[in-house]
Design a protein. Sequence first.
Length: 537
Amino acid sequence: MAAEKQNQESQDLFDKQVKRTEIKSRITALYQVLGDIYGSERLVLRAIKLGVVKQMRSKRMGEQVMALQKLIHGDPTLEKAPQIKEIPEILDELEDTLAQAVARRLVEEDLERKISEKLQERQEEYLNDMKAQLLREKGSPENANTLKKLAFLEKKKQINLNASVSEVLRPRTLNEIIGQEKPLKALIAKLAAPHPQHILLYGPPGVGKTSAARIALEHVKRMRGSTFQPDAPFVEVDGTTLRWDPRDVTNPLLGSVHDPIYQGARRDLAETGIPEPKLGLVTEAHGGILFIDEIGDVDPILQNKLLKVMEDKKVFFESSYYEPGDPMIPEYIKKLFDEGAPADFVLIGATTRNPDQINPAFRSRCAEIFFDCLTPQDIQKVLKQAAGKLNVVLEPGVAEAISEYTIEARKATNILVDAHAMARYRQKNSRRKTVRVTMDDLQEVLQISRLTPYVTRHAEPCGEIGHVFGLAVSGFVGTIIEIEAVAFPAGEQQRGTVRFNGAAGSMAKDSVFNALAVYRAVTGKNAADYDIHVNIV
């Protein structure tokens, strides 16, 4: 029995030592974890602050555990060290608390790391945006490729041919416009009035309608009391090439609105969803003249839109993307949408059409001026004037010969230029500075160009039965047409017919029947007794 008791005591002692060793290991582990959490220096500072340095160094486990309680809970009011039997339970509680703290610390570190990464990304994006903004504002968009293309364009720009003939021969003063004294006087009078009118210019091509409008504006700007300022613009556009989109996606005449998504507004506007108005030629011509050549060829719907602008003297823009209350919209865009773009101008429209072919709404709002056709004498004056500008000497009869082939000043000068080129080629070895254009040069040009005289028929003093000349109008020019006729007795009385070439047109056919009615009224004979053949050449 004594031996068993002794063995039991030995076993109890051993278990107690193992338990103490286990407790010491747990205490040491907790201190190590605290050291990892706070760091050696911070842990010492915390221990000094809580007054547990002596207890941490104590050999008694109770005091060490009490120091752990104060360090972990941060409670300096604990005064009583726990008993040995209480220590395991306290250590369990401290381990749980410390585990939660470690877990919280790991979560916080992970969050801080993620936050730091996000901040770094945002900071880099912000810096990149700032750099891009600075480059846009102060930097240059040029690179090696664009600079190479710029150098190519500049090199091409240095190569210049002589000025075009049309530019050299274009009238510069009022005196250089030949054969249009009355229309030019009327044009200047209307522009110089206190309230200038919109004007339509009628006339055949090549009589100087465009040049007259340009010169008239320059003359009126120098007049005292003129409505036009010295810098009043003259905006010229060709109605035959004027294109636009019915949806107002593009409209070079009136202007359009580029939406920020589909039509490519400026980047700074597109990024904020702001529509960008594009001003048109009517705004460019504000305070001056908008000259539309061949205005009769402009699209009828566009003509109606232009009439509205002429009445309002403004161009109004619309867009589903425009929000008046948006504070990000620039003031000039707000002003364009709210008040419209200024478009107070004088319209001068030129046309080669007849007045009845022009939009009646335009005619009712515009004064009408008719330019005269040039006579052969006018063409000869134009040619002599052009010869002086080209430093050319004309052989007698050259100007008169050219005037027989055209009534257009532009065409006449083109023939003269071709003859001038032929003469220069013929005299290429000559040292004379002045070129002499001969009849031989002109005849060679006429043959190469296959030109025919403008007037091909001339009346004769003697008459011819069945052959007569009639008067007609072609465009703005009077002309002579040749009429041939022959009559045969009808095979059966009252069964005669009238045969007429239908290519001449219905009006010419009606004229033939009118002539037959007059024939019957004068002679008393019935045309139905004859087979009559009429041919209009």
